[in-house]
Write a protein that binds this ligand. Structure first.
Ligand SMILES: [Zn+2]
Length: 164
């Protein structure tokens, strides 16, 4: 009798609540400094490693918690940077207004707008770096009615071979 071919999938899910502020450039209501109680939901698909885990839950939480009680700036909003990571400051230009903020109170996204969509993408790529991870989905919830979803799937290695 022919053996049934299967494709297995394991994943972990983590939900964390954080609070953070941001300013969206050139968006009427969101152009003022304001904050959200973000609910961040993460699913990581992958291969269970020899330690029995796809990825340590704490590693996932650490990535999310680095944004908690911070101001989330976009790359474009940072006009200058001085000093070190702890005592230094950023000069920010957000929606045509200038702000000076301590670096330890700011996280800078690699995108040009600090939207929920870009925030989800930033988190996903930070978690898509470990061995055995097949893909990451991040849902950034600004309110129960407004969510941004970003998924990245690893479809093959640079040599064309599947990575799992
Ligand atoms: Zn907002």
């Amino acid at each position: 009798m022919e053996k049934t071919r299967v494709m297995e999938n394991s994943s972990i899910r983590v939900v964390k609540d954080i609070s953070a502020g941001h300013i969206l450039d050139d968006v009427e209501k969101c152009g003022r400094m304001h904050g959200h109680n973000y609910r961040i939901e993460i699913e990581i698909m992958g291969e269970v490693q020899s330690d029995g885990m796809i990825l340590n839950f704490d590693r996932v939480k650490d990535v999310v918690m680095q944004y908690d009680h911070k101001f989330i700036a976009s790359k474009k909003q940072v006009i200058s940077s001085s000093g070190g990571k702890l005592n230094g400051t950023y000069e920010l230009l957000c929606n045509h207004k200038n702000y000076t903020m301590r670096k330890d109170e700011v996280e800078v996204l690699s995108a040009d707008f600090s939207s929920a969509e870009n925030f989800a993408k930033e988190i996903a790529y930070q978690l898509n770096t470990s061995k055995g991870v097949r893909g990451v989905t991040v849902i950034v919830e600004e309110t129960p009615n407004n969510k941004a979803v970003f998924s990245v799937m690893n479809i093959g290695g640079s040599d064309g071979e599947p990575i799992w």
